[in-house]
Design a protein around this ligand. Structure first.
Ligand SMILES: *[C@@H]1O[C@H](CO)[C@@H](O)[C@H](O)[C@H]1NC(C)=O
Ligand SMILES: *[C@@H]1O[C@H](CO)[C@@H](O)[C@H](O)[C@H]1NC(C)=O
Ligand SMILES: *[C@@H]1O[C@H](CO)[C@@H](O)[C@H](O)[C@H]1NC(C)=O
Length: 342
């Protein structure tokens, strides 16, 4: 959860880095398909700017699992890791045998780190630290610490390793990308997700989408499509018909680190509620949609009214800020399949 306030009225279209939220309903094997051309790998770099994307199948659901994951292959030889895609943070990290001081229970053995450490002065390292908080105690390495809204965290170092990906144009590429080797993890206080790490998809320069873009592999575009069985995540811009996408401008203010369309107003059943200027962010790492308590109460009363006599389950959860300030946020609701939508 972001604490800084946004400047009002500074909405403009993000030109290169857009977040596509594709709404879809599809059969389980119905992924976007591109015709595969056979291109010799040596030509990959010359051709890959033209119409290439990377597609990751996503598995999981909002309820009961509470999270999704994609499989990323890392290393030589490449090994699979299950990562939680998170547009609310930038860094991609893996539980790492550096050795591991504290690793949480994970689907795969911890990643054996490469010896290609990212140095402290590297711009990717600086982009992970707030300005003024980047003292290079050890110039030879880039230490990182990330903490999430549920209290979970990862401490480690940044290194580079091969992350092989298959492009939609049939080409296989083996870029070296900077990722975090997390050797000290704290699990979330309220839920445990069996994952090997996090796939950071935020606006920052350190994301692997941004790195793939800077290496000329894909355009700096990411999108996802989810339903109750899973879905897919993609990097690149050739998998959708731009003219058939509904576009929403995002704040381009660099001081605001999350994807945000700006301030939102809560309307219920097409009527205004008086709840305006709600700061909204798109965060795939949050399982539910969260509202502040007043707007939440208004929504719940309205839903209760609309669904009088029908089953509606409500659950509560408390999230704590990295600053230690507790906020009482409520899960919106878990509606059973038997409940008809308003
Ligand atoms: C890429 O495709 C090849 C051939 O289908 C497959 O063996 C390999 O596992 C794929 N690699 C990744 C990273 O998906
Ligand atoms: C959060 O809300 C619940 C239910 O309204 C209440 O019982 C609890 O004391 C609140 N916790 C905090 C920290 O405000
Ligand atoms: C939905 O209704 C059916 C039949 O009435 C019942 O067996 C099932 O448990 C209900 N499912 C949920 C999720 O409440």
């Amino acid at each position: 959860m972001e604490k800084r306030m946004m400047k009002k009225g500074k909405v403009s279209v993000v030109a290169l880095f857009v977040l596509l939220l594709v709404s879809c309903s599809y059969a389980s094997d119905d992924r976007p398909h591109k015709r595969r051309k056979s291109i010799p790998p040596s030509k990959a770099l010359a051709l890959n700017r033209v119409g290439s994307s990377v597609v990751f199948p996503m598995l999981g659901n909002v309820y009961p699992k509470g999270f999704y994951h994609v499989t990323l292959f890392v290393g030589q030889p490449p090994k699979p890791y299950f990562l939680d895609p998170d547009t609310g943070s930038d860094l991609t990290w893996l539980q790492c045998d550096a050795p591991c001081v504290h690793c949480t229970k994970a689907p795969h053995p911890p990643y054996k780190p490469s010896n290609d450490l990212v140095i402290c002065k590297d711009p990717l390292c600086s982009s992970l630290h707030p300005p003024g908080h980047h003292d290079c105690k050890d110039p030879e390495q880039c230490d990182y610490f990330v903490e999430y809204a549920d209290g979970s965290s990862s401490l480690g170092v940044l290194l580079r390793d091969v992350v092989p990906v298959n492009l939609t144009n049939g080409v296989q590429v083996r870029p070296r990308l900077a990722i975090g080797c997390g050797y000290d993890q704290v699990p979330g206080k309220y839920n445990y997700h069996p994952i090997d790490g996090v796939l950071g998809l935020g606006k920052g320069k350190s994301t692997i989408v941004s790195q793939l873009y800077n290496q000329g592999v894909v355009q700096n575009v990411l999108g996802h499509c989810l339903n109750s069985r899973g879905g897919f995540l993609f990097f690149g811009d050739d998998l959708y018909d731009s003219s058939r996408v509904v576009w929403t401008p995002m704040l381009s203010d660099d001081s605001y680190k999350h994807y945000s369309p700006g301030f939102a107003e809560l309307t219920l059943g097409g009527k205004t509620t008086g709840f305006k200027n709600l700061r909204v962010i798109f965060d795939t790492g949050s399982t539910y949609t969260y509202l502040d308590s007043l707007a939440y109460q208004a929504l719940i009363s309205w839903v209760n009214g609309e669904l009088a006599g029908k089953p509606l389950k409500e659950d509560r959860v408390m999230l704590s800020h990295s600053a230690g300030k507790a906020e009482n946020l409520s899960k919106i609701f878990a509606m059973s399949k038997n409940t008809s939508s308003p």
